[in-house]
Each structure stands twice: as C-alpha cells, then as structure tokens.
Design a protein around this ligand. Structure first.
Ligand SMILES: NC(=O)c1ccc[n+]([C@@H]2O[C@H](COP(=O)([O-])OP(=O)(O)OC[C@H]3O[C@@H](n4cnc5c(N)ncnc54)[C@H](OP(=O)(O)O)[C@@H]3O)[C@@H](O)[C@H]2O)c1
Length: 221
C-alpha cells in the first residue's frame, strides 16, 4: 500500500486524513506535538506517529533522521495556525514560520523521499482566504498573507519538482468545523477530507501547481 505523511494530525483535518487513509489500508505516518496526541494517534491501526513541532529546527532534523530514506508517496502539509487577527509583529512572524517557511523547507527536504515513490505527490492545506482575487471583505491580514505566500512558494515548488516527476497541489478544505474553523463552519471534517482525498487522487503532472477546493472548484489566485 502507498505511504502518506501528514503533519498536524493531532486533531481537525489532519486527524481525519490519518483516520481515513488508515481505514483504507494505507501506511500512514502522522505527526503531532504532545506526548498524549502521539500516543493517541499511534493507537489507530496503520498509523505510525512521530513527534514534530515545525517551529523547532532540532525537532525537524530529528524527525528527518527518523524518517531516513522512507519512501513517501503523498506528503500532506496540513499543520497550520490562524495567528493574530490584527497585524502584530511577533504573532505574524510565527504565523509565517508555521504556515509558509516550515512547509516549504519540509517539502524541499522530503523531495528525495517522494521522488522515489510511485505516486509522487505533495499538497499543502492553504485557504481561499489566501486568494487575492477573492478578497472582497478585507481583514485577517496575517492569515491571508501567510496563505497567499505559501501559494506563491508552492507554485514554484510545482515547477521545481517537475523534473523529479513530483506533482503539487494547493488545497482549500472548505470552511470546516474544527478548532480553527469554529462551530459555524459549513462542513464537517469527513466531508472535507473525502473531497480533498479525491483532489489528491486526481493530482498529476498535467494539473500540477493548481489551487483547488475540496469540492473540485478551481480558486482564482
Ligand atoms: N478549518 C477551516 O475552516 C480551514 C479553512 C481553510 C484552511 N484550513 C487549513 O487547514 C489546515 C488544518 O486546519 P484545521 O482546521 O484542522 O486546524 P486545527 O484544528 O487548528 O489543527 C491544526 C493542527 O496543526 C497543528 N500545528 C499547529 N502548530 C504546529 C506546529 N508548530 N508544528 C506542528 N503542528 C502544528 C496542530 O497541532 P496541536 O494540536 O499540537 O496544536 C493541529 O494538529 C491548516 O493549515 C488551516 O490553515 C482550515
């Protein structure tokens, strides 16, 4: 069975990805930050849980060491934060690190692991809120700018990784009931992740670099 690597799998969308892929018999490598979440994730049959806080460079190095030359068919960079609602220096910098810099550096480090797999795919959980064309209401400057930036970075990865046969997609999960999405969200994690898995399934070098929603709608940049 193929191997999928999911970051931020302790709860929300990441946890649902781990649950669904494991239920379908995939080999799932899932990361979390707390000991309790690691133990809990590792309790799901088919899931290998690892510690990873993407803000900690030493932990990233240790995780990459644990992974070694493990083949990864699909890398799902799901870990993300909302950050401060209003622009504020420290919170905004941390947000950029978690939502933009860490996912992009991780993708570059995972390139050899994914390149030698059969499926060769990398996706990042971004947001429609990162669409500049779709921004009709303003506000949420830190979060919007982080998702616009990760889209720009991963669009370049799509070009850069083509020579290795790796296809890349930027995925909007919808407005999802999670700690981040809140109780008024429009869809549950099952609906979102079922759709996202279809988008991942159809990701190829022919459509690499696209910005697409869980339901297949293309999103303007
Ligand atoms: N929910 C929505 O409506 C929505 C809409 C658009 C896009 N998204 C995107 O979808 C992704 C998942 O969102 P969600 O709603 O499932 O969020 P969530 O419920 O808040 O879960 C976020 C996950 O990211 C992890 N995380 C946070 N900081 C981390 C760090 N420094 N290192 C490693 N992991 C870290 C969290 O781990 P801990 O449990 O340890 O904190 C948790 O597993 C995010 O990238 C988000 O921006 C969500």
């Amino acid at each position: 069975m193929p191997t999928v690597l999911i970051t931020g799998a302790s709860r929300g969308i990441g946890r649902e990805f781990a649950t669904q892929y494991a239920a379908d018999g995939w080999d799932v490598i899932a990361t979390a930050r707390s000991q309790g979440d690691i133990a809990d994730l590792g309790g799901i049959e088919g899931v290998r849980a690892h510690r990873l806080d993407v803000l900690d460079a030493n932990e990233v190095d240790r995780f990459m060491g644990e992974l070694g030359d493990q083949v990864v068919d699909v890398f799902i960079n799901n870990a993300g934060i909302y950050g401060p609602r209003e622009p504020e220096r420290d919170g905004w910098l941390e947000l950029m690190e978690v939502n933009v810099i860490a996912p992009t550096l991780l993708a570059q480090r995972l390139r050899p692991n994914v390149a030698k797999s059969e499926q060769k795919k990398m996706v990042v959980l971004t947001s429609k809120m990162g669409s500049i064309a779709d921004n009709s209401s303003g506000g949420s400057i830190p979060y919007r700018s982080s998702k616009a930036a990760v889209n720009a970075a991963w669009k370049s990865l799509a070009h850069d990784f083509r020579s290795d046969g790796i296809a890349v997609a930027m995925l909007h999960p919808g407005w999802v009931e999670t700690d981040m999405g809140g109780p008024n969200a429009l869809i549950d994690t099952k609906t979102s992740v079922s759709g996202l898995r279809q988008r991942i399934e159809e990701t190829t070098l022919d459509n690499t670099g696209r910005f697409v929603a869980y339901d297949g709608a293309n999103i303007p940049w």
